[in-house]
Design a protein around this ligand. Structure first.
Ligand code: MN
Length: 576
């Protein structure tokens, strides 16, 4: 596809919006330049892959920004340009989408169940903007379409990942079309013999059935017209290979028992016409008992709606009919993407959570969450409002680790192992050194640097978020200093003060100081002792919050009475 064809499609899709056309033109030129000289395994220019991804997103009828993100999705990963370059040229929203796709690309599935769960969770965490997943699905579709050019040992792994992660995800989002394509493409790499068997046995049957449906089309057309129902179209729908193969497994591999091998699909304008058309078909041909399914009144869990019936058709051939409106059709094929088409007036914003009641997929994601985790864990996740305040970060090996929002490398380290936490002396995210108090972001690859003799410091308590880290650090500090460091109470109001005590060092000094505080029922927010040189006095620095001003002076004079405390000063930091 050339630039002009692309712009023509955007022109149609956006209703001639000059901004949309300009955006796509710029994204096209940027991506083409960035990937210049790069080749796919097939030998064709790398940029073709970007165009194929964008084309799929156009077929999903998505907004121009998502299509631009499709064109740019591999730029940050595979070229000399960075995510910041994309931010500079295209702004925050497109940067956010490309970054999400890049992050999702980092996790790899190797076939064990534990990792499949992690990977799905990761995707769910990314669902804060579903468009990230849609771009990733479009990317994966083209990678599957060109999988034959990839080394055989890699083919199997990618096909398995597609079957276990991407196809179920597309299904959960109600995207029947892309799900079917992904499954069939994976099928041929995962089970080549079975795939060949299905093709060999079915292709002739398919053709025969399609000829047959051409024969019954005019008959239905005529009857519908008599009842004043104007069908938008009537066509034959051949069952997908993988879903046929799965169904055959239940019917002794006997193709004659599969009635929906090729189904007749009728699209009409209204729900009334759906039921009207069902009546017309039943008047013409006798239905098989128990085969009438009303997915309009009772949609499938993923939102699918249609009327299905199976009848003894012309020449007594058992034939399935599927009747639906055009909107139901689009929703069955495009799923979540169709919701944008039909319900979004404006453009979706970054991180917009779609309305729960309107969008069945939100509850689908919840169902999925229920499926993939134990009930205990699920209850936990309800408490935290469905990943709203969770993030997922990755180990250098690609395992997803689930942490609360605001978590730091120290939380991550303690999550890996208490030893790693204790010895943690530095951290890298995405290859760059960061402070231990750094706030981790969804999808960060985190690497912990340890030192043998390293131990936690009190300041860690001020930034760690997980109770596992807090408890361990407090435990170690208590062991080392013999004092209880209480958790910082949030939002205690009063005078925030810093007290400095000058002392001559002795055993149990810190313990006595903290006991004095506890006697006065005052919470220690932080406590630190330091000595400049071997023989200089110890300076103990305490921060705390005290309700009334006179309480500060009272405490300071009490602390002066502790043995070996030679002097005390205080500073009021703030008041609220
Ligand atoms: Mn790609």
């Amino acid at each position: 596809m050339m630039l002009n064809d692309l712009l023509k499609k955007i022109d149609q899709l956006s209703g001639g919006d000059p901004q949309a056309i300009d955006l796509i033109r710029r994204a096209y030129e940027f991506a083409q330049k960035a990937h210049e000289g790069q080749k796919r395994s097939s030998g064709e220019p790398y940029f073709n892959h970007c165009m194929a991804t964008a084309q799929t997103l156009i077929d999903m009828k998505l907004d121009p920004k998502t299509i631009a993100a499709g064109l740019l999705h591999d730029v940050a990963e595979d070229t000399k340009y960075t995510i910041l370059d994309i931010k500079k040229v295209f702004g925050d929203e497109i940067m956010f989408l490309v970054e999400g796709v890049t992050k999702l690309g980092k996790i790899k599935y190797h076939g064990d169940q534990q990792r499949a769960e992690n990977l799905r969770k990761m995707f769910l965490a990314m669902a804060e903007d579903t468009r990230v997943i849609l771009v990733k699905l479009a990317d994966r579709l083209h990678n599957m379409q060109t999988l034959k050019y990839v080394k055989p040992e890699k083919q199997k792994r990618i096909a398995m990942e597609t079957m276990e992660i991407y196809a179920p995800l597309a299904h959960r989002l109600g995207m029947g079309e892309i799900k079917g394509q992904l499954e069939d493409l994976s099928f041929q790499y995962l089970y080549p013999e079975e795939y060949k068997w299905v093709i060999d046995h079915v292709s002739e049957k398919y053709q025969e059935r399609e000829r047959y449906i051409e024969k019954i089309k005019p008959v239905i057309q005529e009857e519908l017209t008599k009842e004043n129902i104007k069908p938008i179209n009537i066509d034959a729908r051949a069952k997908r290979y993988y879903s046929l193969y799965k169904k055959l497994g239940k019917y002794d591999m006997n193709l004659d028992k599969i009635h929906d091998l090729v189904a007749v699909r009728i699209a009409v304008n209204t729900i009334e016409e759906c039921y009207g058309a069902l009546g017309v078909i039943h008047k013409l041909w006798r239905p098989l008992p128990g085969k009438i399914k009303d997915y309009i009144a009772l949609p499938k869990p993923n939102g699918y709606q249609s009327l299905h019936t199976t009848v003894f058709c012309i020449d007594g051939k058992i034939t399935e009919f599927q009747i639906r409106t055009l909107q139901m059709h689009d929703e069955a094929e495009l799923g979540i993407a169709a919701h944008w088409l039909y319900t979004e007036k404006g453009k979706p914003k970054i991180g917009t959570k779609l309305d729960n009641k309107k969008f069945a997929w939100v509850s689908q994601l919840r169902d999925w969450q229920k499926e993939i985790s134990g009930s205990q864990e699920f209850l936990e996740s309800l408490k935290i409002d469905f990943f709203k305040d969770r993030i997922f970060v990755l180990t250098p090996k690609g395992d997803a680790i689930d942490l609360p929002e605001g978590a730091t490398p120290v939380d991550f380290a303690y999550h890996i192992h208490s030893e790693v936490g204790d010895r943690c002396s530095g951290a890298k995210t995405n290859g760059k050194m960061v402070p231990l108090s750094h706030t981790l972001q969804n999808g960060d690859v985190v690497e912990i640097i340890t030192q043998k003799k390293h131990t936690p410091t009190r300041s860690w308590l001020e930034f760690v978020k997980t109770s596992i880290a807090k408890n361990r650090i407090r435990h170690l500090l208590k062991k080392e200093y013999g004092i209880e460091i209480l958790p910082v109470k949030k939002q205690s109001s009063g005078y925030h003060v810093e007290i400095k005590l000058t002392c001559s060092d002795r055993l149990g000094l810190l313990k006595d100081v903290s006991e004095e505080m506890q006697k006065s029922k005052i919470n220690i927010e932080s406590i630190n002792s330091a000595k400049e040189r071997k023989n200089s006095p110890v300076i103990i620095t305490i921060t705390t919050t005290i309700k009334i001003r006179t309480g500060v002076e009272k405490l300071v004079s009490k602390l002066k009475e502790v043995k070996n405390v030679d002097g005390a000063t205080y500073k009021i930091m703030s008041r609220d």
